[in-house]
Design a protein around this ligand. Structure first.
Ligand code: SF4
Length: 343
């Protein structure tokens, strides 16, 4: 027997809302989903008229839905913000090259300007080449660190005021779980923030989809017939996050509210004053935001260029020892050459 939409609009329900389990018709689901994002934006004062916003666009479901919904809400509620798509090409054959085609389609469909920046032009390396050097165990560390800085560089080039990313509720709940399991209180403290960064050396980042469930994002994209790219990266998985994801999915099956409850718990946590916080400054080499000298991106890049790809993996002291040992060997070789030339 057909079930009526829980909102009371008189329409028949066509779906069960993953977040609440309520039966909804398509239109009421679209309204509920968009209104919740509008609430996140207005409640946190994410936008002011004239603000220039770069949307981190990968062509995947999250950033595609983010771009579509921000465009829709900007027109509906007159936010007065200027939206641009910003994509990073990591140089992953069979993955990013294809997904960038979807971003170009988004650019045409949503009539937004698009800027693409590549690891090759910024760092002189592609992820394909990095994986040849480092193998498949630490590749996501390079990719994540470079992408974070590449987005910052792209945003500076575009002269935007903030970067909107497609992080959804599941991503944030996973990050809370990962930081608890790792005992990483510094990251735990800021991972639920809807706005991060900002200040002298960085462009603020915002997460308008912070409370949007992944299943609802997929459902929204499906019923709106949005074009997005759904293939997984050929260099995935990121093992540790994969465990947190599985745990979260299991908990969601038992109680869908678990996702929101984890985020709320993360938001409510209070930390002792003696919990050490990283001091954020500017990297002496590249000038971008960093809590260490040189920044992680410069250290990883130095490792690649020196033929020591593991240099930035693990503790800094280990990396310093690797550099010292390589410098010593080079000095010895140079000395031996000088002696040879003397004869
Ligand atoms: Fe980069 Fe790893 Fe994500 Fe692939 S799975 S895009 S290598 S971070």
């Amino acid at each position: 027997m057909p079930i009526n939409c829980a909102v009371g609009c008189g329409n028949k329900a066509v779906l069960k809302r993953p977040k609440t389990g309520d039966p909804f018709c398509k239109e009421c689901f679209f309204n509920a989903f968009e209104n919740e994002i509008h609430f996140t934006i207005t409640n946190n004062k994410l936008f002011t008229p004239g603000l220039k916003v770069a949307i981190g666009a990968s062509g995947g479901k999250d950033s595609t839905v983010l771009a579509y919904v921000l465009k829709t809400l900007n027109e509906r509620y007159n936010y007065g913000v200027e939206l641009t798509l910003l994509s990073i090409d990591e140089g992953i054959t069979g993955y990013r090259d294809d997904s960038l085609e979807t971003v170009k389609q988004n650019r045409d469909d949503y009539k937004m300007p698009l800027k693409i920046l590549s690891y090759q032009e910024l760092y002189g390396w592609t992820m394909d080449k990095i994986v040849e050097q480092i193998g498949r165990s630490n590749n996501c560390t390079f990719c994540g660190v470079f992408r974070r800085q590449a987005l910052e560089r792209g945003a500076k080039l575009l002269g935007v005021d903030c970067i909107a990313t497609g992080h959804n509720a599941d991503d944030i709940a996973e990050t809370v779980l990962m930081n608890i399991l790792r005992g990483d209180t510094a990251r735990l403290r800021r991972c639920t923030n809807v706005r991060t960064g900002g200040g002298q050396n960085s462009i603020p980042r915002i997460k308008p989809l912070k409370y949007a469930y992944e299943k609802e994002i997929v459902m929204y994209a499906h019923y709106k017939k949005l074009v997005y790219f759904s293939t997984e990266c050929v260099f995935a998985p990121n093992a540790y996050r994969g465990h947190a994801r599985e745990l979260l999915k299991d908990m969601e099956k038992v109680d869908p509210e678990a996702i929101l409850n984890i985020i709320h718990s993360g938001e409510q946590m209070r930390f002792n004053d003696f919990v050490k916080q990283p001091t954020r400054g500017k990297c002496d080499r590249c000038g971008f935001l960093s809590s260490q000298q040189p920044c992680k991106a410069c250290t990883l890049l130095e490792g690649l260029n020196r033929g020591l790809p593991k240099l930035g993996i693990g503790k800094k002291s280990k990396g310093d020892r690797m550099i010292a040992s390589q410098d010593k060997q080079l000095a010895l070789r140079e000395k031996a050459n000088l002696v040879k030339n003397d004869f």
